[in-house]
Design a protein around this ligand. Sequence first.
Ligand code: AMP
Ligand code: MG
Length: 515
Amino acid sequence: MNAGDTNFKNGWRLDNSYSCLPTFFYTRLTPTPVKAPKLVLLNRGLAERLGLSVVELESDEGVSILAGNRLPPGADPLAQAYAGHQFGYFTMLGDGRAILLGEQITPDGCRFDIQLKGAGITPYSRGGDGRAALSPMLREYLISEAMHALGIPTTRSLAVVTTGESVWRDREWPGAVLTRVAASHLRVGTFEYAARMGHVDLLRTLADYAWERHFLAADPVGASTEEESAVTAAQMPVEPTAAGNRYLTLLREVIKRQAQLIAKWQLVGFIHGVMNTDNMAISGETIDYGPCAFMDTYDPATVFSSIDYHGRYAYGNQPIMAAWNLARFAEALLSLLHDDEDKAASLAQKEVSRFPALYHAHWLAGMRMKLGLFGEEAEDENLIVDLLALMQENKADYTNTFLALTYENEKMEGATIFASAGFATWYERWQARLARQKEPRKAARRLMRQSNPALIPRNHRVEEALEAAVERNDLSILQRFLDVLAAPYAHLTTQAEYAALPPPSDRPYCTFCGT
Ligand code: AMP
Ligand code: MG
């Protein structure tokens, strides 16, 4: 893919490969202008990464671009069409309030979608107002950036602007637009849409496009730092396929990336909350921060979302639901996998059936690191599972238990789990395992510090920051929170207070499909 018709004004260098696809996949339209745009948050680091001028983005012209009142040079704005299984049921969807401006080509040659979320009504709005409220957009900004800093592939947030208009939800809220940056917005649901509504040629066109965009190109800059995690997920080199079947390889690679992604979620206790197939990106990035939240007390049944009545997307179910979504992806690809229906189905099934083992391998490797374990011993998994069982039994905080083990003794007083009889035995087994490895304790502790975050975006802290921003126009709490969340593995003294648990409450934390 070439950058094509580019324009370098103010750093904008937009290409529009998606709008070169057949119009079946989108509707061209411009964002609906808003009354009085005002910049609330700008991600300077990300702007620089994208090659955009911070000064220009902060200017009136820049802010009107971020609000959708003016188009950046080279934009070919559109709303994408897609479908999806929502809580198990197939639905026609599409961007109901998001508009893709184009794909920014970064100075080092990477390609990122620039999308305005909350940019007005589209043909896919289905009765919605096409708008977004400030609090959920700040929430998406905060959590997506925290995820990025945790080393988890994710869409990112470039800016939040307020619109000077109100939106009505449970009450009147200030309206806002979020600029989302993604390796792409291709979803499992995009393929479901093509498979159900289109001709096989359209499906093939989409599959070829996804292949070329995410799996064909070798990583152009050899990106490997944490800063580049979105890139490494989206542009990882691909294993050559044995069968030489491009679509089977596409399926295999998407499955591999999801196995890696979901393991990373589980390792930090991230609960997505709405893992519908329209919210699963082909690139392997986490997408759609609605009712997501981090687990505090360890319990696989944890659910925060107010609409997840049956716990379909509970913490412990996430790997199962990811496999379910991937089965929908495989189904959508069937007609490309083989001319013979039965052979296509058996090929697809074989690929999807690999997910649990792939996921488990990533999870086990990550858990070993969280416990400072080098090498592999057969008993490692039992050691891990037994610790998790102790956490559940003693209602221990997931993040802070690993933190206490990382710091050893300094922070182990206080929590019930460490005083329990079961823990003493477990601790001995752990110590014996550590003693058996040739790596010194110092190396194990370093590994643990690199694998256990000093802090996560704790729900009460998130609420505190959003409340101050939205109700009192005070962004300082959110800004400080963003700063400490930017380096979760640095273990700075300034982060310690953010590890504190919320005061006990009899009301469970509840999130809403933030709109
Ligand atoms: P989500 O639950 O965020 O994945 O959204 C599901 C679908 O609802 C997507 O097609 C969104 O574009 C659409 N949607 C969400 N909020 C709105 C809104 N306020 N107006 C129009 N469409 C919306
Ligand atoms: Mg969505």
